[in-house]
Ligand binder design. Structure first.
Ligand code: SF4
Length: 248
């Protein structure tokens, strides 16, 4: 069984909290977030079809790993990704996490039994802003419906889960946006809420290269806004200047 695959990073300390992780990059994505930093994966450039067995063998060669993060693009874009997750869990003994964008609730349900940790984007409040944030404004209703179905599934999953939002000036960057997203984070029961700073170095939409990153101060302010709605949740902001910072 094969998958469209872009590569493996052998050792990351950023992709699975507190663990040494391999990162498996799969190709394709149903969204077109204008600020996306991995457009080559979205457009499947430089991707090859590989046997799942080859990925498993590669993971088993590395004796220093604790965990695997399967990411993209969107890892659940390909149906065969479920088989990959199943085989990683059964054949490597490593902790397993995926980064998901909420668009595939049925596949999410199939994936969860194999996962130890789960990260998903909540890109915007669950209204027409979601369509703008993922670069598909006309499809916002369908997208929001699918994201809500994913959230319903996650509410009933007791594994560890993190919600992430990228703060993009002019798109998603107000206290109202962050407050609305934080209410969703609370409702679904995520343990961690992460606000990450938009970076303009590489973007899917070339116009976004001219947008400046939000300042560290602005990120802190939005983190504090989120914390108001999430007193019992770990709220953190990630900036180029200061790295990960937890909001008290
Ligand atoms: S940022 Fe958006 S377009 Fe890029 S991979 Fe993630 S969900 Fe897809």
């Amino acid at each position: 069984m094969k998958l469209k695959f872009a590569g493996i990073v052998d050792h990351s300390t950023l992709d699975y909290p507190g663990k040494s992780a391999a990162v498996v990059y799969l190709c394709g994505c149903p969204y077109r977030c204008p600020w996306c930093q991995n457009p080559e994966l979205v457009f499947e450039e430089g991707c090859t079809m590989v046997e799942i067995t080859q990925i498993i063998e590669k993971l088993n060669e590395n004796f220093l790993l604790d965990a695997v993060c399967v990411t993209g693009g969107e890892p659940l874009m390909q149906e065969n990704a479920i088989e990959l997750l199943k085989r990683i869990k059964q054949e490597t003994g490593l902790l397993l996490k995926i980064d998901h964008n909420g668009y595939f609730p049925k596949r999410l349900k199939e994936a969860l039994p194999y996962l130890d940790f789960f990260t998903t984007d909540i890109k915007a409040p669950l209204n027409e802003k979601y369509g703008a944030a993922v670069g598909l404004p006309k499809n916002w209703e369908n997208i929001v419906e699918r994201v809500k179905k994913s959230h319903e599934i996650l509410k009933n999953w007791d594994g560890k889960k993190e919600a992430r939002t990228t703060i993009v000036p002019g798109l998603i960057d107000t206290k109202e946006d962050v407050g609305a997203i934080a209410k969703v984070v609370n409702d679904v029961g995520f343990e961690i809420c992460t606000l990450q700073q938009f970076r303009p170095e590489k973007t899917l939409d070339p116009k976004f290269k001219f947008i400046k990153s939000p300042t560290a101060e602005k990120m802190q302010e939005l983190g504090e806004e989120a914390k108001k709605y999430l007193p019992d949740t770990k709220v953190q902001v990630v900036t180029h200047e200061d790295g990960f910072q937890e909001i008290d």
